[in-house]
Ligand binder design. Structure first.
Ligand SMILES: [Fe+2]
Length: 231
């Protein structure tokens, strides 16, 4: 993806998120120059991969297969070993109409996906077989605390305010319907480097063509603009 495209998506996302009355933390608005002045006090942000994240899942077509996320809070996967510290995560996501996040499941993370306003969020669900393909067995999911058993491949439509709990090894794909959706995610610790099982091989983080300077850093940019040693 071109950096100029990413910058425009970020401007657009900030306006959309604000228009829905949702407030991001201050580090969402830091520039690369701001990052260059920060020291070890902000190491949690890159260490736990907080912040902006834009992906086209390797599709080359962000508008039909992509997602824009901001990770507001997250623990580190190491916390599982000690069962201490943050074991949870929260994200806000911008999901376009018919913009698909492709089928995947998580081995470790249970997540709630929440429609926080806009159009409807459509979530298609399948159980996974032992060899991690789509299973044709009925799927039982919790939608706002109410169990629902549906046929494999059912598209569950969540209106504003509704949410679904996606347990481990439950394949899910989602997209917006009617209008763009502001979606939330509340989950166990998020580990995008090791805990995503895509049904088809997918790139999680895009290659970036640097045709202009970054407006804000993505989670994959911190290493080039920030070191904890600087003060
Ligand atoms: Fe997921």
């Amino acid at each position: 993806m071109k950096r100029s495209t990413i910058n425009q998506l970020l401007r657009d996302a900030k306006a959309f998120i604000a228009s829905r009355g949702f407030y991001l933390p201050p580090f969402a608005f830091w520039s690369p120059a701001d990052w260059a002045t920060r020291g070890p006090e902000v190491a949690e942000i890159p260490t736990n991969a907080l912040g902006w994240d834009i992906t086209d899942f390797g599709s080359g077509d962000y508008t039909t297969c992509g997602l824009l996320l901001f990770t507001i809070r997250n623990g580190h996967p190491h916390n599982w070993e000690t069962m201490s510290g943050k074991l949870y995560a929260e994200k806000i996501m911008v999901v376009g109409v018919d913009q698909v996040t492709p089928f995947h499941f998580h081995w470790n993370k249970t997540e709630d996906i929440i429609n926080r306003g806009g159009g409807d969020l459509v979530v298609e669900v399948y159980n996974a077989t032992a060899d991690e393909r789509l299973c044709d067995s009925p799927v039982t999911v919790s939608v706002d605390g109410t169990l629902r058993t549906v046929a494999a491949g059912t598209r569950i439509r969540l209106g504003p305010g509704e949410s679904i709990t996606l347990p481990t090894r439950l394949y899910h794909a989602f997209w917006g319907a009617g209008e763009r959706v502001l979606a939330g995610e509340v989950s166990l610790v998020n580990d995008d480097t090791r805990d995503n099982r895509f049904l088809e091989p997918r790139g999680r983080f895009p290659e970036i063509e640097e045709d202009e300077a970054p407006l804000h850093l993505l989670v994959t940019d911190y290493g080039r603009y920030y070191t904890a040693e600087r003060s």
